[in-house]
Design a protein around this ligand. Sequence first.
Ligand SMILES: [Zn+2]
Length: 273
Amino acid sequence: MSSQPVSAWPSSIRLRDLGSPRRLVPMVLGYEPISEALSIRGGRPERFLLEPVTAAALVYDEAWILLDTGFDVDVVRDPVRRGERFNYDSYTAVVPPGDPLRDQVAAAGLDWGRLAACAISHLHGDHSGGLRLVAGRAPLLIQAAEWEFATTVAGRRDVYFREDYLRPELEVVLLDGDTEIAPGLTALDTSGHTPGHQSFQIELADRGIVLACDAADLRACIDEVRPCGFTARPDDADAAVAAIRRLAELDRQGYEVWPGHDPEWPAWRSNGE
Ligand SMILES: [Zn+2]
């Protein structure tokens, strides 16, 4: 088996010539029941929210970039693999009919042949499952600290599914902290929830958006400057606080900071309408 190509940014990929991003397409690729205590520090453990599993496509004139990828629906629908993978207390993966990533990409009028890159906030299994559609088409951009954790420490007990991202045909490009990936798209170091978590700052013609991803599951995390309730490493609790302060500051500056998993957030509620 050939080994997986892994290189440091900027590697050989060229994203500088894409022009300006024209639109951001929000996608809801499934749902998951999550204890409020996991989503926000101080949340009630006994209160469960049915949280959307979110992603987005940033669309340029001739290309697009995928941001997060949802579950692997083939695994979710296979009773044996589902039982092996999602064997956690009070957790299940909920997916709509069809293949939500494929279907929503098609509904947005996007062509996989024009996928320029895929950037993922972190490699938890509700974000990594769509890499099966990215492999062989476009590189995965991920923080080096996340890749290191995901390939040396984290495994199924941590909700990291190595088979999602250890694929010989998936090219990996490692970012080191804040990085301007493409015109109007910057990866922000918001580590804490996981060792190499990143958020995405997006400059459209008329608005600035920050996809917080899991650095702020809920809008209340931003409004109340309360971090996510879970960190993959206990020592990263302070980093999670720094991350939410950073996102709250961007919110004060006028960016729309979109929470990663908030069922009430308008962009996720109106998905598909
Ligand atoms: Zn996560």
